[in-house]
Design a protein around this ligand. Sequence first.
Ligand code: NAD
Length: 462
Amino acid sequence: MTERLPVLDKYTGDVIAELPVAGPDQADEAIASATGAVGQLPYQERALALRRAARLLDERRDTVVAQYVAETGFTPADATTELDRTLLVLELCAQEALRLTGEMVPVQAATGHEDSLCFTLRVPVGVVAAITPFNAPLSTVAHKIAPALAAGNAVVLKPAEQTPMSAISLVQALLDAGLPEQLLHLLHGPGETVGDHLVRHPDVRYITFTGSTETGRHIRAVSGLARTHLELGSNAPTLLWRDADLELALPLVARAGYRKAGQVCTSVQRLLVHETIADEVVARLTALVQEITYGDPRAPGTQVGPLIDTEAAERAEGLVGDAVDRGSRLLTGGTRKGALMAPAVLAGLPDAARLASEEAFAPLVAVDTVGSLEEAARKANATRYGLQTGVFCQDLDVALTFTRLLQTGGVMINDTSSCHPDPMPYGGVKDSGQGVEGPRYAVQDMTDARTVLIRHRPRYFS
Ligand code: NAD
């Protein structure tokens, strides 16, 4: 009998769906079917399918949002933001399909090739395995499958087992939009079995993965010669320099540290604050966070719902307890009931606290003070992660000096670490990942350059 995967409503605990778990034979069949479909769809049809899918998703908005809220525990506002981002990603990838091109290569420098013509074609890399995490079940999936399809590849997608319903909606919209089914396969099940089978498969040429650093490390170890794109864990800092515009910064921090219950890879986890403004920042941020309504994500006004499961909330509670044991002050929140955690602010973050270096993935911000830019950079870098960093500062010389001192994938000046307009190149360094996402960059990376040389002998005037 086929094993079933129950999908739970993250607030009520009700079973909202039961999906068939893919076995190895099904995964093999999907890869074989995908292999035969690579490069088969003309550019304009790729763009058309992506655009039509965006329109269909938009038309199905109410259902998609309701399903998203149920499977994630995030609020309808978070769902809507993510859906709108998904529509944009589909559109941007459609545009990339229409301008995908190689380049002319000036080979005339090489003896004997004075008159040769050389150029590159961008050709599909092959079968792409896309493996995605629970916390952005629409837009992260779109950032993987849409560029892969725009580039002419065929995709086998395995979404997170906790939140597969949004992926089903996205895949269905693409198929309803006319995408041939051989180009896009959806497999459900645990990462340890279904995901593992995909990443070890010799016919998978490209693996695009977002998830934890531990899983990313495993994928690199077992995936052989497949190209891997990895978006991994984080412990993102944001700096408030002494001249920071607090009217701008604090509401953004109060959102970026807590939306989706802090389960965002770029979520502000550490707020580094210049010592001259630390007291004011702590008082004002605490007041803002105390106003955050948390609980049932469907209740009007709720800004923060539960964590993905009780285990995740218990882990977050443990991190808060560890920080307090080592000398942090818990100013608000941090209490837990099941998977629900009250949004927390901590002041003071000893270097030895686990929160200083590990990823919390929870609704909390730890405020730490700094006296100099060097100290701010040292603290920002004192983690194995390096995804994105925010800095609020009026003096661009300071902001750019800080930028140069950091070990990070991106620096958001006068915004938080969580700022992520979808067209930009986005990716981490160190244990936060390899490669960059963003439609233009992903499409390039999901193609190979095929070099074409034409030797020709021009007829010169005699
Ligand atoms: P996870 O690593 O547990 O799971 C991610 C995906 O990998 C799931 O689909 C899972 O089934 C699959 N998987 C698990 N084991 C596997 C294996 N052995 N082989 C193949 N696939 C396997 O991560 P999660 O808990 O779903 O997501 C949270 C993590 O994702 C956090 O660390 C967060 O920082 C990270 N994340 C990073 C970014 C980024 O842009 N850098 C964005 C979102 C989330």
